[in-house]
Design a protein around this ligand. Structure first.
Ligand code: NA7
Length: 531
């Protein structure tokens, strides 16, 4: 076999996870090759370049912390970074550590088979390359497999269809067009106010109304930045002690500890401050339905205050639990529905009936459009992994192992799939926490695991089925305690027809999760078989 086709490790994906994994393994002296479907770095941030795309976690927290020099030298310009600024940051990181040299772009990994005879992974790419590696590390992202609903009559539409999750690299000129947008999740809520400014008409097709709180985005205050940077390590350490790995001020334990007036004051303060900390006003918001109702009612009232037309305001008012679907962070979303060129169409009864030559048909009514934007989200957490033909011991396909939903030990390893690691996989805090520290925690854990194996002379590590079962049952138990698992969100796979319903992220909190991972490692990788 050609020398070049054999590596110690293959990493699939060159977003934040793949980049840091490459950095760590290369430093350890491993030969590593990274494969990336996109033409450049960034993963989900590479593809999601729709108008208004921005991170909903504050930039001072949504960044790497593995290198003090890096976190000191990089200057974010705004409280919430735009997608282009995140790509600039990624480019800076790649140049600083010379990462691109080991990354093959425009190349998809299509197959990964474990060969038990020689204990390595056989990997194939879409350009026909075959290679082998001792370790296969999936850095495929949680929100990277775009959901493209198969709308009836899709092929008959004569205009253009775009997906927010695969926005054309060259951009799209929407000026003076009649545009329809399907979906009212975070991507739509970010893009609608921006798109509405340039188009002739914007029609929003809403299946489920969503909660959004204002971002109050602004340029970062240099004094505030200095204060954080002077004690960045301490700031990061404190964040790791919070349930979501984000440094928010968490309010009182229960809403019952406050009078009605105090509750309103507390939510108003958070509404004015902006962003996801809104949901941390009381620690029981996601545990107690009455506490949740107080938060939800506050936002419902705000919608009524902002939106002039009562019928439109009613339609935009969510009925379900707040925070069950991910809370959206907006800039002028509800206000946009006061514009004359913006129309809201309720499709809650039967969805999109069909696309036709001239637009979208709902019942008997046709909405004439030049462009349709599908902001319909992702086959989250499992989609990107299941898109690859992954086979473990005895040729078991991952699709089969996961036919009743994802099973994983700690969200990082799969029983029967030795030497395969999944960064921020299902069963880990991942999307329910701040993704950047979640990625770093997994990459550090995997690096230490590989280093341990090399030091002790082990060639193979495989999660044990009992340990996996025990972990999954714990993941399920903690999910059942939270209101988050009770609605039809992408967290439970409800947005993808036929997807098994299971609450995928680990919701027991970042500190508890990190402690468990540490304990497993210090006990010589408890729950794993090493050979
Ligand atoms: P989301 O949050 O999954 O939102 C997708 C939206 O598209 C949501 O409003 C869906 O309605 C709607 N949708 C999905 N499929 C259909 C079909 N078939 N017909 C009509 N409407 C549909 O994805 P986003 O990209 O906005 O955000 C994903 C995450 O990225 C977000 O949570 C942040 O973490 C960043 P539904 O609510 O299912 O009724």
């Amino acid at each position: 076999m050609n020398k070049k086709t054999k590596y110690d490790a293959v990493i699939v994906g060159a977003g934040f996870a793949g980049m840091y994994m490459l950095f760590r393994l290369r430093k350890m002296g491993l030969s590593v090759s990274v494969f990336e479907a996109g033409a450049d770095l960034g993963g989900t941030w590479y593809w999601n370049r729709y108008p208004g795309a921005r991170c909903d976690v504050e930039s001072m927290q949504y960044s790497y912390q593995f290198d003090e020099e890096l976190q000191q030298e990089w200057e974010w310009s705004e409280r919430y970074a735009t997608q282009p600024e995140i790509l600039k940051y990624i480019d800076h990181v790649a140049k600083k550590y010379n990462l691109r040299s080991d990354i093959r772009f425009n190349t998809k990994v299509t197959k990964a088979f474990f060969d038990e005879k020689v204990n390595h992974w056989q990997i194939e790419t879409d350009d026909g390359e075959k290679l082998i590696a001792q370790y296969c590390i999936m850095a495929t992202g949680c929100l990277s497999s775009v959901n493209k609903p198969d709308f009836k009559g899709k092929e008959s539409f004569t205009g253009s269809i775009y997906y927010t999750g695969e926005w054309p690299q060259e951009g799209v000129d929407l000026s003076n067009k009649r545009v329809g947008i399907i979906g009212t999740g975070s991507s739509a809520i970010q893009s609608i106010p921006v798109i509405a400014k340039s188009v002739d008409e914007l029609t929003v097709f809403q299946r489920t109304a969503n909660y959004a709180v204002p971002a109050h985005n602004k340029p970062l205050d240099p004094d505030q930045v200095r204060k954080i940077k002077d004690n960045y390590a301490e700031f990061r350490a404190k964040a790791k002690l919070t349930p979501t790995g984000n440094l928010f001020e968490i309010g009182k334990d229960s809403v019952t500890l406050d009078s009605e007036e105090e509750r309103a004051k507390s939510y108003e303060k958070r509404w004015q401050a902006g962003g996801l900390p809104f949901l941390s006003a009381y620690a029981d918001v996601m545990l107690d339905s009455e506490s949740n109702r107080v938060a939800a009612d506050f936002v419902r009232e705000k919608i009524r205050e902002i939106v002039n037309d009562r019928a439109v305001a009613d339609l935009l008012t969510p009925k379900n639990i707040i925070g069950c679907k991910r809370l959206c962070v907006d800039t002028g979303y509800y206000e946009t529905f006061n514009k004359d060129n913006v129309k809201l169409v309720d499709i809650s009864a039967s969805g999109i009936d069909a696309l036709c030559e001239s637009g979208v048909r709902i019942g008997k009514k046709v909405y004439e459009l030049d462009v349709i934007i599908s902001a319909t989200g992702f086959d989250a957490m499992t989609g990107a992994l299941l898109n690859i033909d992954i086979r473990g011991k005895k040729g078991l396909p991952l699709k089969e192992k996961w036919n009743e939903g994802p099973k994983s030990y700690l969200g990082v390893a799969l029983a029967g799939f030795p030497n395969l690691f999944t960064i921020t996989g299902p069963g880990s805090p991942s999307v329910i926490s701040n993704m950047l520290p979640a990625i770093e925690q997994h990459v550090d854990w995997i690096t230490e695991c590989i280093s341990y194996m090399r030091n002790k002379g082990f060639a193979v590590i495989d999660a044990q089925t009992e340990a996996e079962e025990e972990w999954i049952s714990h993941v399920r138990d903690v999910a059942d305690m939270s209101l988050r698992s009770t609605c039809n969100s992408w967290y439970v796979g409800a947005n993808i027809p036929g997807k098994p319903r299971i609450y995928m992220p680990y919701i027991g909190g970042v500190p508890a999760y990190a402690k468990k991972c540490k304990e497993v490692a210090s006990a010589g990788y408890k729950g794993f078989a090493l050979n």
